[in-house]
Design a protein around this ligand. Structure first.
Ligand SMILES: [Zn+2]
Ligand SMILES: [Zn+2]
Length: 381
């Protein structure tokens, strides 16, 4: 149910307070990334954007933060003026650090860095695209933006983006163990096909690997507590998909890197796949009921993946696909009741609500399972 105290309504100062703080935090992070690019930006991503052009975006963001911060004083609600002041304060810190005029020069590339640029750009892009979709086509129109546990998921969002270079180093290293399976003739055949067909091949191969990785996480008792962290979210939206134990985040990237490495497709095809996969992964968690028409019988859509997050039979342990519904169809795990959506989300056994509790959950859950087994054995003896 909607809690009126948590709602965003025009004219109260709450929207401007949150916007001011958000833009203030993003401004400080961006200025730090401009000051220390070799430590705080992502080598691969730097090629995809123009740092000088983005300084204009930073400029508008900083002035908007100041404006929204001051608006909280005009609207004069004591509860939000403090937040407005924090927003203005953060932006002034960003100005003091050099603001949007930090010179952009050559960057000494470092293999391991924090993806602050990736975090800021992904946050801006996600909020613009997915929060707009959630406003236009909401599935649960009474679900709040700041729904329960949003801050836990924001932590996961930040971690997954900041750790991007560590994740990629790990994934590339693991994929290199498959050198023995490299086949120049296969790679030549792949590269001889049109780029869009290469994308289809990549999607299918990646989906096959992700299907089985996901299914093992569900069906192997030892692994389930790791993946249960992703399933512990009970209010699903664009941010909820970020929730995942770091062991799963790292292992999933490493596994999906194997087919990408072996196929040796053109860079253009790989780039299209990466963008498609990133957008789809967020979209399928969104609180949206977009009518996808026949596409929903082909690709994984929000309705399909929401069923995967259902906490009730017969939807448990179904819909493992990440990109297409093909392998769920083939291997008998497809669950998509026409036009229906789940009534309840989450895990059948509740998980800890804190990040630390969730981080330790796999160890605790497996320890307790082992203890129960040991007791049963000693009683039987
Ligand atoms: Zn799952
Ligand atoms: Zn999910």
């Amino acid at each position: 149910m909607k809690d009126p105290a948590q709602e965003f309504r025009l004219g109260e100062g709450r929207i401007s307070a949150y916007l001011s703080v958000t833009l203030g935090v993003l401004s400080v992070l961006s200025v730090l990334a401009y000051l220390y690019p070799s430590y705080l930006t992502t080598t691969d991503l730097r090629k995809a954007y123009d740092g000088e052009q983005l300084q204009h975006v930073l400029k508008y963001g900083m002035y908007a933060s100041l404006l929204f911060g001051m608006l909280t004083f005009v609207l004069n609600r004591a509860a939000y003026k403090k937040l407005g002041l924090i927003g203005v304060g953060l932006t002034l810190v960003a100005f003091a650090l050099g603001g949007y005029s930090v010179p952009v020069g050559d960057v000494e590339p470092r293999e391991l860095s924090l993806g602050v640029d990736w975090l800021v750009l992904a946050f801006l892009g996600s909020t613009l695209i997915f929060m707009t979709l959630e406003k236009l086509f909401p599935k649960y129109s009474d679900q709040l933006i700041l729904r329960p546990e949003w801050s836990v998921d924001l932590f996961y969002f930040c971690f997954n983006h900041l750790a991007i270079s560590a994740i990629l180093i790990f994934a590339n290293y693991q994929a290199s163990h498959f050198d023995w399976a490299l086949s120049p003739s296969v790679q030549e055949a792949v590269r001889a096909t049109p780029v869009l067909l290469q994308v289809v091949v990549i999607v299918l191969c990646a989906d096959f690997v992700l299907y089985w990785e996901h299914r093992l996480y569900h069906e192997v008792q030892l692994l389930w507590p790791i993946h249960a962290v992703h399933h512990s979210v009970e209010n699903i939206d664009w941010l909820a998909g970020s929730r995942g134990h770091f062991v799963q985040v790292f292992s999933e990237r490493a596994l999906v890197m194997v087919p990408l490495y072996l196929l040796g497709a053109d860079e253009a095809a790989l780039n299209i796949y990466v963008v498609f996969a990133a957008l789809q992964a967020v979209l399928i968690h969104c609180n949206v009921a977009i009518p996808f028409g026949p596409i929903k019988y082909l690709l994984v859509t929000p309705q399909f993946h929401h069923w995967h997050h259902s906490s009730e039979e017969p939807a448990l342990d179904t819909n493992y696909g990440a990109h297409t519904v093909l392998f769920d169809r083939l291997f008998g795990t497809y669950h998509m009741p026409k036009d229906l959506w789940p009534a309840f989300y989450g895990t059948t056994t509740p998980l800890p609500r804190s990040v630390i509790g969730q981080l330790l959950y796999p160890v605790n859950a497996n320890w307790q399972r082992w203890e129960r087994k040991r007791r049963r054995h000693s009683q039987a003896d």
